[in-house]
Design a protein around this ligand. Sequence first.
Ligand SMILES: *Cc1c(COP(=O)(O)O)cnc(C)c1O
Length: 243
Amino acid sequence: MDESLSERYGAFLSERRAALLSMIADACARAGRDPQEVDLLAVSKTVGPDEVALAIAAGQRLFGENRPQELSRKLAALRASGQADMVRFDMIGNLQKNKINQVLGNVELIHSVSSLHLAQAIAKRAEARGIVAKVLIEVNVSGEESKSGFDPAELRSQVDEVLGLGGLQVEGLMTMAPAHDASEARRTFSGLRNLADELRVRTGMPLSVLSCGMSDDFQIAVEEGSTLVRLGRIVFDEHYPLD
Ligand SMILES: *Cc1c(COP(=O)(O)O)cnc(C)c1O
């Protein structure tokens, strides 16, 4: 990136980050929550390593990628520039079984465990490497056909099996809301929170992470209990409006 361009884009990233943190704090205030409970994950899938480096300079430390290959590329660039230890990457997208090994050990948290089969496959590979993979269970709360994840009823019947897998530590739940419908989004996020409450009581596990809320709906998600919003366009795209 050209120097003046990168200076300008860096300034945009840091102003945008400040604005987003204050929007998150406002949503927390409306819901009587502590803003410390909510992490902002920057979804870097549409930008390159240079933009990630500028986001780091702007104070961002938590990033998400949805493709193992792109994750590896970003990490390689950050290792080369000595910045890899400053940041945390999570895997947020669909994970194919043959890509699990590429991701394990390179991310803090896998958000997208969308089936018992995938949970078993991750657990098996983690155990073989003597590590414990931290994961979230992805739930299709809204029931849209296009969405992946456990159906809530299916999760109720399989949760004990997932939690019993060695090599896997389930930290909470993740969901995606239907696009362009604020009331459906709210229902989806409150549904995720209620499901987590129910599963906590039943399993005795903390399930403390609720990963939900994207550029279009994160304020609703925070009002409904999200502890981790995954923001892409609104972080990196200068044309994405704040309101
Ligand atoms: C791309 C993506 C996001 C970010 O979406 P935006 O609307 O750009 O904020 C969040 N979560 C997942 C799983 C994604 O793939």
